[in-house]
Ligand binder design. Structure first.
Ligand code: URA
Length: 240
């Protein structure tokens, strides 16, 4: 063991950067190209402390910190890290990002589009998804039917779904024509938006999340496009 606090194996630390697979990391270490606190280490299983200075070919490791990505999810992908039968949102990322342990913070249904935060920061995701922290989620939706002021009042009062589940109050803003709206809710119950509109007799025909807490969907991202969050966006999430 090197350094003070043991945190992880050397090969795992290298693989966590996304630059190498675990197998490639092992080969790199065995070939003598990796140093820990200036000493060559050829043992992939070596435990290294988080403060230890790890270098590959003399260059410090980069990219081991948490990663925050905004994805414009297209329909047809599931919000999961793996699925035996269906493609997941992680399929949209290049290989090196897929090795970073990223997961979607929250779920969108397979046919729902829009803003999805992908991160490997477990504590932050946990906080953002906790009902205690009241993160606003804003959806653009289209329905089969015509929305009316009575629908807005029902949403504001806290709707009861078909199975008796009671939702917290939300805000429904009807868009011109009455067939589309923006809905703001603070919960994330299973199929919540679809079930809310179904309870009003106006089933959702299209659904897209346009905001998640302080994050607004970057409209320049095409469906399936993604980008790293800016420093300001990350800070805003932490202030949430
Ligand atoms: N509510 C839904 O019904 N589906 C989603 O994907 C998100 C919220």
């Amino acid at each position: 063991m090197r350094g003070g606090r043991t945190v992880e194996r050397l090969d795992k630390r290298l693989a966590a950067t996304g630059r190498w697979s675990r197998k490639e990391a092992k080969e790199l270490i065995r070939s003598g190209r990796v140093t820990v606190d200036d000493q060559v280490c050829r043992v992939p299983e070596e435990k290294v402390a988080d403060g230890a200075r790890v270098q590959v070919d003399g260059a410090a490791l980069e990219g081991t910190g948490p990663v925050y990505l905004m994805l414009n999810k297209p329909a047809g992908l599931v919000s999961a890290t793996e699925d035996p039968r269906q493609p997941t949102v992680l399929c949209l990322l290049p290989e090196r990002y897929r090795r970073l342990g990223l997961f979607p913070a929250g779920r969108l249904d397979k046919d729902t589009e829009g803003l999805l935060l992908l991160t490997n920061d477990g504590p932050l995701a946990h906080r953002l998804l906790s009902p205690r922290f009241h993160v606003d989620k804003v959806y653009y939706l289209e329905v089969d039917g015509v929305l009316e002021p009575s629908d807005c009042r029902a949403v504001e009062q806290g709707m009861e779904l078909a199975d008796g589940t009671v939702c917290r109050p939300g805000v429904l803003e009807i868009l011109p024509g009455g067939r589309a709206a923006r809905l703001t809710i603070r919960e994330g119950k299973y199929h919540q938006v679809k079930r809310m509109m179904a309870a009003r007799g106006k089933p959702v025909t299209y659904l897209k999340r346009v905001a998640f807490g302080p994050l607004k969907l970057d409209e320049t991202l095409p469906g399936g496009g993604w980008r790293a969050l800016t420093e300001e966006e990350i800070q805003a999430l932490f202030r949430q």
